[in-house]
Write a protein that binds this ligand. Structure first.
Ligand SMILES: [Fe+2]
Length: 188
């Protein structure tokens, strides 16, 4: 990974290590900025009988994710690297597509959001793993986020869960399929 080295980084890390950890964090910054925007998009586009529950459930998640974004950006700066927070850079560097659902029922959105959280959490866990040895402070930051992200994921999944504990989105492939499966199960 060819990166421009920072002029300084946190004590006990080499500049190379600082650059590597910052690069991992930059991806998490993009991912969570995207998540915060997506959660607001759902907050505005959810319709139907569960409107108010889902509309109101999402705002505290947005607030929490924005705090995570700020903490990640400031950790990148602490490591001696400039965090990139502009939307153009986010879109240019991201490896996933825009959230694909517009105005739709609550359960369809939650089915899709289940998929979104699976992606974000899997990548966050990988980033935590990749920084465990090099930078335990960054690792701790990411683990702290995971406590909240996984709790929010459960809030979403609890809407999709049967009394037997099965998810209506199980085995659905992709966001749209997941949304459709969740919505079908609800109307069945
Ligand atoms: Fe609002």
């Amino acid at each position: 990974m060819a990166q421009k080295l920072p002029k300084y980084t946190v004590p006990s890390l080499t500049k190379q290590q600082g650059a590597e950890v910052a690069a991992i964090l930059q991806q998490r910054l993009d991912s969570l900025n995207d998540l915060a925007l997506t959660l607001k998009h759902i907050h505005w586009n959810v319709v139907g009988p569960h409107f108010i529950a889902v509309h109101e459930m999402l705002d505290p998640q947005v607030d929490a994710v924005r705090l995570m974004v700020d903490a990640i950006a400031e950790r990148i700066a602490t490591l001696g690297v400039a965090p990139v927070g502009t939307p153009g850079a986010l879109v240019a560097n991201r490896t996933w597509d825009d959230y694909s659902i517009g105005r739709d029922g609550a359960i369809a959105h939650l089915g899709a959001l289940d998929e979104v959280y699976v992606g974000v959490i899997s990548d966050h866990r990988q980033a935590a793993k990749d920084t465990e040895e090099t930078d335990p402070v960054t690792n701790d930051l990411l683990i702290g986020h995971l406590h909240e992200l996984e709790l929010f994921h459960w809030f979403v999944r609890a809407h999709l869960e049967s009394s037997g504990g099965a998810l209506s989105t199980a085995a659905a492939d992709g966001e749209k399929a997941s949304a459709r499966k969740a919505a079908e199960k609800e109307s069945a």
